[in-house]
Design a binder for this molecule. Sequence first.
Ligand code: PMV
Length: 326
Amino acid sequence: MKATAIAPSNIAFIKYWGRTDTGGLRLPANGSISMNLSGMTTTTTVEFDPSYSDDSITIDGAEDSGESARVTEHLDRIRATAETHYRARVVSRNGFPSGTGLSSSASGFAALTVAACSAIGLSLPERELSVLARRGSGSACRSIPDGFVEWHAADTTAGSFSESLFPPDYWDICDIVAIVSSEKKDVPTTKGMQQAATSLFYLTRLNHIPEKIVRIKDMIARKDFKHFGELVESEALEMHAVMMTQIPPLMYWSVGTLQLMKAVRKWRCDGIPAYVSVNTGQDVHVITEKTNAADVAARIRQEPYVKDLIINMPARGARTVDTHLF
Ligand code: PMV
């Protein structure tokens, strides 16, 4: 009863910020659109065994990573669905820094969901896997389907699932993540999101999201990179405007974040089509087309605050693999 899964993190072009429920269902207040990231994956092995008396969870070599309670809660959902009480051994490895706002919870809970369901013998359709992953971490549901993905907002748990819009090889978009600091984020996303509605701009933002989703899907369908990039960047700034005007205010950027944002603007004036996005952390996603990726990566490397780069192309969603971690 052992299985291993690999899952990508994802970058949201239209972002999820705020929930409609407080009961742990993680129903988003708005739909979102994302792309899976090839260079940022989590691999997880899960083994259920009747002889285990408790769950044991090791993440990146640490037994007490601070995430164990959330992982056990998620295993409980899967045990309830499979109608079993077997405890599990979970070993998980992130191929990129975790806890710094690079969405390791998205790849982590997507990999955990697929590995645990497979280990326990639950064969669920992709739509149901995404609903389950959503319960662990909202954005994890977008890491289940392939490539470019839409997550639907809905009033019911079954209605809030993700589906693929286009496969990974549809459009050669490159997301170069510039790591500007290894500082852990001080306010977790789940907590920060609870205060979203205290921003005066929150409702205005929500009212405009359906129209933005239509626009971005159309730009992806037409591969209109310029307008796509402009919308992606303004959407990220809008989400951060809500965060900064929440009570208490949330400020995830560091000096390096802002420096790089300004540098990318300058490169655009020089004719380099690149745009930024930022999640709940200080690192910057610089989005460009593959044809310009080498040039943009070289420019990013020269920026004083940049410590490392992760180069991502669109990727497949979560899937099982044959090689186990134990
Ligand atoms: O899935 P969570 O709870 O980590 O929320 C992710 C929220 C953002 O990364 C800020 C936006 C998004 O849609 O990915």
